[in-house]
Design a protein around this ligand. Structure first.
Ligand SMILES: Cc1ncc(COP(=O)(O)O)c(C=O)c1O
Length: 407
């Protein structure tokens, strides 16, 4: 709502910071002139005193919003501890052990984890574990997938050509990411597996960057069956969907399957590769990372985040609020340039009729004090913090309606 906006963004402070940033850094994928200063609850404040209701949770990285008392307490406890960024691959820490223990408690039985920095690194280590077992064979990945942008992970990403042009690739075989059970290509992985030796199959269950598309149940269940039948590890990428945004800890739980290897990050604050214990490399040093679990403070926040999601029943809240949000936005379907509204829990995609229309809606929402981001070619991604309440959800719905119908 406009009442959050004191100065039409970008205000003077934001303009100055953006100018310096553009002068000295690569102009990355900035969407609108938001310069973050702080936040509270589900609200992000900019440097000019504007307040925005956050429907991005920083792409799922801030599931508890910006002032959860238990997270603030962790930050306080670490404020006098200088030994926060440690070589966590070489030295042990209590935070590393505590996060691993908590994480394993919500993973499929028989999994171990390896803590690293980012989502892309979690994918890198997932594919390394698979290559180590299977050899340097092609990997199977989906069209429109996003698995990160480091060079190894980037091969298996295919959401946008700009991310890949002129960059060399590992061997890869691509299949369609099927969103309906009756898709004629639902079983196309089998043709590939019959004719080729492969190292792994990697997929998201909800494509994030690719446009918030939700895999058909049969498609994911087929991948699981085929991976087992052909003795190939199935890697499921939970970097964006994991830790509760779909209303379950892991999006694959909606499909009644378990992966052999999985990648996690974002809400966890650090990256993590999970793997069946049988796949653990037997020699030391096979997989690695620059900083182990990132910083000790991040690992401590990650562990606390899992604990709070459990304690405050935020998985249930994701389902409840997600239903209200999806129903409210769905009223726009077929009107005002909105073609489709889809989602699971608090991961909701709004498909617009064109990229231009999508960008205009995002900008209008921003000017009305609601933050959302794009995904895919022409979708809006809605992924609010898990703590969002009904009043905030309704505020978001009315701004989305206003923004779509005003254009
Ligand atoms: C499904 C998925 N995998 C991997 C990544 C890469 O994660 P990061 O940006 O932490 O490297 C992302 C990031 O958006 C993602 O959504």
């Amino acid at each position: 709502m406009k009442h959050h906006i004191r100065i039409a963004p970008p205000g003077p402070k934001a303009s100055r910071i953006i100018e310096i940033t553009k002068k000295h850094t690569y102009d990355s994928t900035f969407v609108y002139p938001l310069v973050i200063k702080g936040g509270h609850d589900c609200v992000i404040e900019d440097v000019d005193g504007n307040e925005f209701l956050d429907f991005t949770s920083n792409v799922g990285s801030c599931p508890l919003g910006y002032s959860h008392p238990e997270i603030l307490q962790v930050l306080k406890e670490y404020s006098n501890n200088g030994a926060h960024k440690i070589a966590g691959q070489d030295f042990y820490s209590e935070e590393h052990a505590a996060l691993a223990e908590r994480l394993v408690s919500i993973l499929p039985r028989g999994f171990k984890v390896f803590l690293i920095n980012s989502g892309a690194e979690a994918v890198e280590n997932s594919i390394k574990i698979a290559y180590r077992k299977m050899g340097p064979l092609p990997g199977v990945s989906c069209k429109n997938a996003f698995h990160g942008r480091t060079l190894g992970a980037l091969t298996f990403t295919s959401s946008k050509p700009v991310q890949k042009t002129n960059f060399p690739e590992l061997p890869v075989l691509r299949i369609k990411f099927c969103i309906t059970d009756d898709d004629p290509e639902i079983n196309s992985a089998e043709n590939i597996l019959k004719e080729n030796k492969v190292a792994f199959i990697i997929s998201e269950t909800v494509q994030g960057e690719g446009g918030y598309s939700i895999a058909s149940k049969k498609f994911i269940q087929n991948l699981r069956k085929l991976a087992t039948k052909y003795g190939v590890p199935l890697i499921l990428d939970e970097v964006q969907s994991g830790l509760g945004h779909t209303g379950k800890w892991w999006a694959f739980e909606h499909y009644g399957v378990e992966p052999d290897i999985m990648s996690m990050a974002k809400a966890l604050q650090v990256g993590a590769t999970g793997f069946r214990v049988e796949l653990e490399p037997t020699e030391k040093g096979v997989i690695s990372s620059t900083w182990g679990g990132g910083a000790r403070i991040d690992m401590a926040v990650g562990a606390k985040t899992i604990q709070v999601i459990e304690k405050e029943k935020l998985l249930e809240n994701a389902i409840k609020m997600g239903t209200v949000l999806k129903n409210g936005i769905s009223e726009l379907c077929g009107k005002n340039g909105i073609e489709d509204v889809r989602g699971i829990g608090l991961m909701i995609g709004i498909e617009c009729q064109s990229k231009e229309r999508r960008d205009a809606v995002l900008l209008s929402m921003f000017r009305h004090g609601i933050l959302a981001l794009g995904a895919g070619q022409k979708a809006i991604r809605i992924i609010p913090p898990l703590i969002i309440n009904e009043e905030q959800v309704n505020e978001g719905i009315s701004v989305i309606h206003e923004s779509c119908s005003a254009l």
